[in-house]
Design a protein around this ligand. Structure first.
Ligand SMILES: Cc1cc2nc3c(=O)[nH]c(=O)nc-3n(C[C@H](O)[C@H](O)[C@H](O)COP(=O)(O)OP(=O)(O)OC[C@H]3O[C@@H](n4cnc5c(N)ncnc54)[C@H](O)[C@@H]3O)c2cc1C
Length: 220
């Protein structure tokens, strides 16, 4: 509707994606890998950041690797089940049809540094670092087409802080205001999004828009 009267929509390719894999929080001590058995993120970061980076991986197979000490059943609503389990990481790697020396090398490198309380690749905090060395070893199945990935779209009408909607040339369109998820607002991209940014900008800029519209009506 906003576009039909000349409003410009921006950042329409962006969205928020989460994977609510914790609680149980011991799962944060696990390691995410893609279908090549490669790690790609610090698992203790914001769940929306994890969801965003999962979407950047090649393929739709994503696993969370845990050992006997860190495994706990994920909540039922997450639809995260067990993809493979074994007495060695090589066995798990084989069951997942990954080339030999891929996933097992990732875990061995992670374990070596975790034993010293370090994560030189992704800087996960020491509190969440534990070598995954106690069998049985488990790959939790976080497949994109099956596990629960709550999401919503970002992007929307381009606005000024007053809530006035802008045209492609960034000229305010007389009498047209937008706030909340009809507008692009503050969250410009999924990778930088965090909880609260939608409700905060909807309420703050909604108020600004209301004030501006009321003042304009009084003046006219
Ligand atoms: C799973 C999930 C988790 C989220 N978590 C957070 C969070 O932690 N923090 C945060 O800040 N945000 C969060 N959000 C985002 C946030 O909830 C939304 O961005 C926000 O509610 C948008 O508010 P809004 O008023 O712009 O739109 P909406 O809440 O979508 O309201 C639009 C309203 O317009 C109505 N409507 C639509 N078309 C018409 C029509 N033609 N005529 C009349 N009425 C119409 C709809 O029925 C709806 O009631 C989350 C969203 C999801 C989906």
């Amino acid at each position: 509707m906003g576009m039909s009267v000349g409003g410009a929509a921006i950042h329409m390719d962006q969205g928020f994606v989460s994977l609510p894999f914790y609680a149980p929080e011991s799962l944060i001590k696990g390691v995410f890998v893609n279908e090549r058995g490669q790690r790609f993120i610090n698992e203790d970061c914001y769940h929306g950041r994890i969801g965003h980076h999962i979407m950047q991986q090649l393929g739709d197979r994503i696993y969370l690797l845990v050992d006997g000490a860190t495994f706990q059943q994920p909540a039922e609503f997450t639809r995260i089940g067990i993809a493979a389990a074994g007495d060695t990481w090589e066995e798990v790697e084989r069951d997942l049809d990954m080339p030999p020396g891929t996933l097992s090398a990732t875990v061995s490198n992670y374990n070596r540094h975790a034993a010293e309380g370090a994560d030189p690749l992704f800087h996960k905090a020491a509190k969440w670092l534990k070598p995954l060395d106690e069998p049985p070893f488990v790959a939790l199945d976080c497949r994109i087409d099956y596990a629960f990935y709550p999401h919503f779209t970002l992007g929307g009408l381009d606005t000024l802080p007053t809530g006035q909607v802008l045209s492609e040339r960034r000229v305010p369109i007389h009498g047209l205001y937008a706030a909340g998820r009809t507008s692009c607002g503050l969250p410009r991209w999924g990778g930088g999004y965090s909880s609260g940014m939608s409700l905060a900008d909807a309420t703050f800029f909604g108020r600004q828009a209301g004030r501006h519209a009321a003042a304009a009506a009084c003046r006219s």
